[in-house]
Design a protein around this ligand. Structure first.
Ligand code: SAH
Ligand code: SF4
Ligand code: F3S
Length: 446
């Protein structure tokens, strides 16, 4: 028997870019690497392995990551033996080109994370490693994520992977592969675990949650069924989800949302454009009229529902009239919040192959600015409508700007700040909205 045993743990540092699904994936990677003796560090200078979990959705996302790769290279120079890797969507898209750059030791796509410990061990022996195989089955359903959130209040659960939609501008189906849903039993089990660990809010994630489908021995489960099952975990657990696809969001889902008090009345419903011509070219497979009907249905059952969106400015062939149609649908819906982007051509997509990227950069920029200015106004109007209303907020912690104040979110997901010396992160409390900015509701306890 050894008198004492030295357990060697090595340190793993991961930077995460892109969408919330990448955050959930980073938590899976930490879990898989923990089994191989790696412990999480937030300090790059003490890490033996440095990874970036990357995003390819727009060119500027990738450019930023190339900048980080150069920085990782200086870390390797400073501390020989350090390994660096690119994982996630950019790994999938650029594959060998990343290894050939000579700047990284490991390249692993989104379905290759179970193989990461092996890749790291082999790279340590001196040969750069790549695994970008996509899978039709992998959901990491059995892996218990190592949570990396800061507040211990709100957690993400991936309920599916990949996307079958092939919107013409989008690289995600190529980087993430075919859509597959995760066994609902493992999802509900994870939600129970999250709640017993003290979390009060869970966000179910998928590129198109409305097409979630599980064919089980005890019957089929669609997204509305899954959402109801997760909401049943506890009335104290808030349930959110993203992203909904306008072509697939069902009446059944809207009814389940309206009937369960702990399912937050908040829907992220990316419109992309208000012009039918653009929607056809984007291959979104809904029309402006269909979209507005879905919004009307949501509002008829949940008048208080927060509706947010994504908008792309300057897609191929977009005319001034198409752009005006986008501004007018934004006004008509009165979005509470929006993520707004200039079109960025992605190599290999249908749009890149079929349509010239012909809106001049300065026109794209001007249109995006108009979209942003309008949304700021709509967000402010939306928040002004809340002044005088009472909300139950879930406290997330001290406010960023003022340590004497707390911040927390309404069920719709709006950020509130309020003076409070009683509550702490994870508590529910009621506040009344006294005033607002376009980004925040300024409240006091009631
Ligand atoms: N699955 C989600 C969104 C995934 S990507 C959906 O279907 O809506 C997130 C957002 O990035 C998209 O909604 C879109 O607005 C934007 N986006 C995707 N590809 C883009 C591109 N090539 N250029 C600019 N924005 C893009
Ligand atoms: Fe991309 Fe469309 Fe799939 Fe969303 S639904 S990930 S925009 S292809
Ligand atoms: Fe980016 Fe991949 Fe998500 S491309 S948006 S990280 S699915």
């Amino acid at each position: 028997m050894p008198i004492f045993q030295i357990i060697l743990t090595m340190k793993l540092y991961i930077e995460t870019y892109g969408c919330q699904m990448n955050v959930a994936d980073t938590e899976i990677i930490f879990s898989l690497m923990a089994d191989a003796g790696y412990e999480r560090t937030e300090d790059i200078s003490e890490a033996e392995v440095i990874l970036a979990n990357t995003c390819s959705v727009r060119d500027n996302a990738e450019q930023r990551i190339w900048g980080r790769i150069d920085l990782f290279a200086t870390e390797k120079k400073r501390r020989p033996g350090v390994l660096t890797g690119i994982v996630g969507c950019m790994a999938e898209r650029l594959k060998d080109a990343l290894l050939e750059s000579g700047k990284v030791d490991i390249v692993a796509g989104p379905d290759a994370y179970r193989n990461l410990p092996k890749l790291v061990a082999a790279a340590k022996a001196g040969t750069p490693q790549i695994d970008v195989m996509l899978s039709h089955e992998e959901t990491y359903g059995d892996i218990k994520p190592v949570r990396i959130d800061k507040n211990g209040v709100s957690a993400f659960i991936s309920i599916m992977r990949g996307c079958n939609n092939v919107c013409s501008y989008c690289v995600v189906p190529y980087t993430r592969g075919a859509e597959r849903s995760r066994n609902p039993k493992t999802i509900v089990r994870e939600a129970c675990q999250i709640f017993s660990d003290g979390y009060k809010e869970v966000t179910l994630l998928g590129q198109n949650v409305d097409s979630y489908f599980w064919k089980g021995e005890d019957g089929d489960v669609d997204f509305a069924d899954l959402l109801a099952a997760v909401a049943d975990v506890s009335p104290e657990l808030r349930v959110r989800f993203a992203t909904s696809h306008p072509k697939d969001i069902s009446d059944k889902l809207i009814e389940v949302m309206a009937s369960r008090p702990n399912i937050c009345h908040s829907i992220h419903l990316p419109v992309q454009s208000g012009s039918d011509t653009m929607l056809v070219k984007m291959r979104r497979r809904y029309t402006r009229a269909w979209y507005l009907e879905r919004v009307a249905k949501i509002r008829s059952l949940m008048p208080d529902c927060v509706i947010t969106t994504d908008v792309i400015a300057g897609f191929c062939g977009e005319t001034e009239q198409d752009h005006q149609d986008t501004l007018s649908i934004m006004r008509e819906v009165g979005y509470d919040y929006a993520y707004m982007f200039q079109y960025s051509e992605r190599p290999g997509t249908l749009a890149a192959r079929n349509y010239p990227d012909d809106v001049p950069p300065e026109v794209k920029t001007r249109r995006l600015e108009e979209i942003i200015a309008l949304q700021n106004q709509l967000s402010l109007e939306s928040n002004r409508r809340d002044v005088g209303k009472v909300y139950e907020v879930l406290v997330e912690g001290p406010s960023r700007k003022n340590a004497a104040e707390l911040c927390g979110r309404t069920p719709g997901g709006k950020m509130c700040v309020f003076p409070d010396s009683v509550h702490k992160a994870g508590d529910y409390t009621k506040v009344v909205v006294e005033s607002c900015t376009s980004a925040t509701l300024i409240c006091k306890l009631v």
